[in-house]
Design a protein around this ligand. Structure first.
Ligand code: PA5
Length: 429
């Protein structure tokens, strides 16, 4: 279960401002539910939970199990919404070091030639048994034309073809739109296996489609629990949307009150990538028409020793969103040392998680005293169930909050501007 506490944000808002924002958020939720808002042709991320297709989960699971048995390395080649969700879930639920199953490596999310050269150098090295590494590639691009992904895939495809002349076409799996785009042409030529991204689901809302679910399943995570918990959250919020309306109203009222920055933060380093997913979901959805709060990310307590100073005492234009986890399965208990020569015996008997929780509480109080309104989101535990719930919660929150702002949550016209300039410089015809 996830809990949302908005009290430390509301204490900075007048009753009048909040109640106006609340009415706006109620209407915004209705726009989503009744499909009357801008961009309703992109609401497929809700439909796939309203009417789950278990056959697709079955296909994903069966191919993923096969690959887990054969692969040393599984490369996910995609950018933006085509990789951030998978990375977020895999990092949140995996181990920091030496996960079971294939090593998952991300590529295609920038244009660093050094990265690809280093990656190929690494792939060329034998596995632990001294054998050539067994590699599979999942290229993910809804448009099938995104330059970062397409270029990286071109290089990886060449390496794969040389390395696996016998069965290269079985080692490449494409996730793309039903029709169109260069990727579909390659699929037709080579017979690569293909997963479809539904037309009505945009990249940043696609983690619960094969875009996210396939790499997540290859990482050994239970995609059924993840998916069906999102379904349960969908059903719960359709019945009673108070949790979403209250959150969207609070965030919108803070924006209306002049806040221009939302620092998305966590005390759990394994949630850093989840912060990146949320940053894209909010940023690409709300940042339009001169509106929105810039979603920054921070990981505490690491960043308390850097930008923590700014958050405490710098320009007062920000709010903060804390993503916390109530209990931790693995932790270390501090042992008492007879000599107490580091002076830390006052902490003996406590776990790192307990100490981290006090660091969170102390920070929350200090930042409140420093006039930073905050929303606290608590997950009971880090598992597929709570992350599934979290994903749908934030997808819906994003849509409702963007309608409060009066922007279309589902397009990204600004992203096209850099592409146009870049293609002109590169001489694309
Ligand atoms: O959210 C979005 O729509 C974007 O971030 C896209 O996911 C990103 O630009 C990648 O696009 P594509 O999957 O077409 O390569």
């Amino acid at each position: 279960m996830i809990e949302i506490n908005t009290s430390r944000a509301k204490q900075f808002l007048s009753e009048d401002r909040f109640s106006q924002a609340y009415k706006q958020a109620e209407k915004a939720f209705e726009l989503v539910q009744q499909r009357n808002g801008e961009g309703t042709e992109w609401l497929g991320w809700r439909d796939l939970l309203a009417d789950p297709n278990d056959a697709i989960l079955e296909q994903i699971d069966s191919l993923a199990t096969n690959i887990r048995e054969q692969a040393d390395v599984f490369i996910v080649c995609g950018i933006g919404g085509s990789y951030l969700g998978a990375r977020a879930v895999i990092e949140a639920l995996g181990s920091f070091f030496g996960n079971d199953g294939p090593e998952i490596i991300f590529a295609g999310h920038h244009m660093s030639g050094k990265y690809l050269k280093d990656l190929i150098g690494y792939l060329d090295k034998p596995n632990k048994e001294g054998e050539p590494k067994s590699v599979f590639v999942n290229v993910i691009s809804k448009s099938g034309t995104t330059l970062e992904t397409a270029l990286s895939f071109r290089v990886l495809r060449k390496w794969m073809t040389e390395q696996f002349p016998e069965d290269v076409d079985d080692r490449i799996i494409c996730t793309t739109s039903k029709e169109g785009g260069a990727l579909n042409e390659l699929i037709d030529q080579h017979g690569y296996k293909k997963f479809i991204i539904p037309d009505d689901v945009g990249g940043r809302f696609s983690v619960l489609t094969p875009v996210g679910l396939f790499p997540i399943a290859v990482a050994g995570i239970d995609i059924r629990t993840l998916f069906y918990e999102a379904v349960s959250k969908y059903e719960e919020l359709e019945e009673d949307a108070e949790q979403i309306i209250d959150y969207a109203a609070t965030k919108y009222a803070l924006f209306d009150d002049g806040k221009t920055l939302d620092v998305l933060t966590t005390f759990e380093p394994q949630l850093e990538a989840l912060g990146g997913w949320l940053q894209q979901l909010l940023g690409e959805s709300e940042g339009k028409q001169g509106k929105g709060m810039f979603p920054a990310t921070a990981t505490y307590s690491t960043d308390l020793h850097s930008i923590g100073q700014f958050i405490q005492q710098g320009t007062r234009n920000m709010m903060e969103t804390f993503i916390t986890v109530k209990s931790e399965e693995k932790s270390i208990t501090i042992e008492e040392l007879p000599e107490n020569n580091d002076g830390l015996n006052y902490l003996s008997g406590k776990t790192f998680h307990e100490i981290n929780t006090q660091a969170f509480r102390g920070t929350l109080q200090a930042h409140t005293d420093g006039d930073v309104p905050s929303i606290v989101v608590s997950l009971d535990k880090l598992n597929a169930q709570h992350i599934g719930e979290f994903i749908y919660f934030y997808e819906l929150l994003t849509a409702v909050y963007c309608y409060c702002l009066g922007v279309n949550p589902f397009n990204q016209p600004g992203v096209e501007d850099y592409k146009r300039e870049m293609y002109q410089l590169l001489g694309k015809h």
